[in-house]
Write a protein that binds this ligand. Structure first.
Ligand code: TRP
Ligand code: MN
Length: 477
């Protein structure tokens, strides 16, 4: 269907295709020097972990697991003290517990973290008070401050992004394995501001029930010292694959002997993260970003907006997943509340009928971004909830799997999205609006959304629930 799939692939074949959203570096020499350095650095992840994630995602595609992907819109070099990463990890654990309990299936946990430093922009330049400068494209490219020095794209920032990613990933690995994620700690994951909220109450009740189950299991001889499943979580990293020179420099060929026990095929791996995704603005079929993504063995995501046609989506799948491997592609829909109900069903039907085992995940954030009267970017919690409901209803109708949730969140007590249990208003947005880019759900809003999705997953499981209450049975998958 596409010409790309036929031609040979190398980590740099993307250079022969038009690349959108790339900074213009003034001088090639420092760019080459930074890339040469990156090629000397160790991979951030191990190919066996990528294969393990692919196996987990294959379970999602089959409807036996649920994908939770979340984190900052953009990470920042200024908040590297570990608090931000720990709080994101903490709230994702809470959400995962809520979802696992309700769905009675494993939750695959993937952070938008440890590398989420590059941002696409609607314009190449920004003008303030008669001064025009390059747009801020994320800390891996330039600085957010509105000065010529800050906004000049600096390739050396790629080296800082690598170190920052390594430091964050190191902390996440420690938290995932060192006891922080032990199920016996689930009370301790609640922060004070969440504890006081209605979601905090609901979570405390759930924690109580799980605590009883754990006590029962301990009496049977299963505890966190002899059962690592209770003490550790598997947690993977992801970011938008935008800055291709960086991704190319960290792409490594992995031979048979270096794959580990998870198996999988030898080949090229992106080693900047376990999973990469493409945004709505860089997924042109003949573009550089698709060309790069098609050659790596990692699972890849693609954002799918409200204007995407069935043919476009099938062509994307053909380019990225010609072998139709379950767990390879995650289609991340971002359509907007009200639009999804109309735009998603034809896409679901097309992919279902063509027989692709793609995962559908719902990003209810990016189609619902608005500006307040005061010019602040925000999102209404009610619209986020509405889009998630429409997503589950569309899948129930099509007989397809509502496989995952993709959200911009932080565990911290920020005031960036309106509404939710705390009923945040426009006036209060300024109180703690700290995002480096788009507005995120705070800890309590994140938990509230998890409870909603938990209810939808539970309804899908019950006879008479959402996926069962329609006249004809779903087509067999
Ligand atoms: N290891 C299991 C998992 O990753 C169970 C688990 C341990 C867990 N700690 C957790 C699940 C914290 C969610 C949150 O799913
Ligand atoms: Mn965003």
């Amino acid at each position: 269907m596409t010409t790309t799939a036929a031609s040979p692939w190398q980590p740099d074949t993307w250079r022969q295709r038009p690349a959108r959203q790339m900074p213009t570096y003034p001088d090639p020499a420092p760019l080459d020097a930074a890339c040469a350095q990156l090629r000397q650095f160790p991979p951030l992840i191990f190919a066996g972990e990528v294969q393990a994630l692919r196996a987990q995602l294959a379970e999602v595609a089959a409807g036996r697991a649920f994908l939770l992907q979340g984190g900052d819109c953009a990470e920042s070099f200024d908040t590297l003290d570990g608090n931000a990463a720990r709080e994101t990890f903490r709230v994702m654990l809470q959400m995962a517990v809520v979802l696992t309990y309700a769905a009675a299936r494993p939750v695959v946990k993937v952070g938008r973290i440890a590398g989420q430093y590059a941002k696409p922009r609607s314009a190449d330049t920004e003008t303030q008070g008669g001064v025009t400068l390059p747009s801020y494209r994320g800390d891996i490219v330039n600085g957010a401050g509105f000065t010529a020095a800050e906004r000049a794209p600096d390739p050396a920032r790629m080296l800082r992004a690598y170190s920052a990613s390594a430091a964050t990933l190191n902390l996440l690995r420690a938290l995932a394995q060192g006891g922080f994620a032990d199920l016996n700690q689930l009370h301790a994951w609640t922060t004070d501001f969440v504890r006081a909220s209605p979601q905090g109450q609901r979570y405390a009740e759930l924690a109580e029930r799980i605590g009883e189950s754990l006590a029962f299991m301990a009496a049977m001889g299963f505890n966190s010292s002899n059962t690592p499943q209770l003490r550790e979580v598997s947690f993977h990293t992801s970011h938008e694959a935008l800055l291709l020179p960086y991704e190319e420099a960290l792409t490594r060929h992995v031979d048979h002997g270096l794959l580990g026990s998870a198996g999988g095929a030898p080949g090229w791996y992106a080693t900047s993260a376990h999973m990469l995704w493409l945004g709505e603005r860089t997924r042109q079929l003949d573009g550089a970003h698709i060309e790069y993504l098609r050659g790596i063995a990692n699972p890849v995501g693609v954002k799918v907006g409200p204007t995407a046609t069935p043919d476009e989506v099938l062509a994307l799948l053909d380019a990225l997943d010609p072998a139709r491997e379950p767990g390879r592609v995650v289609l991340i829909t971002r359509m907007g509340a009200g639009k999804l109900a109309e735009r998603l069903p034809p896409l679901l039907a097309a992919v279902r009928d063509a027989g692709w085992p793609a995962i559908w995940s719902c990003d209810p954030m990016h189609g619902n971004t608005v500006s307040t009267a005061g010019g602040v970017k925000t999102r209404d919690f009610a619209n986020i909830v509405q889009e998630v409901r429409e997503f589950f209803a569309a899948h129930a109708q099509a007989g397809t799997v509502a496989g995952g949730l993709h959200v911009e969140l932080t565990g911290q007590d920020v005031t960036e999205c309106r509404g939710g249990g705390q009923n945040l208003t426009d006036e209060r947005l300024a109180e703690r609006y700290t995002t480096a880019c788009d507005p995120r759900l705070n800890g309590s809003q994140s938990l509230e959304l998890a409870f909603l999705v938990a209810d939808l997953l539970k309804a899908g499981r019950r006879p008479g629930g959402e996926s069962a209450d329609k006249s004809s049975p779903p087509p067999a998958r």
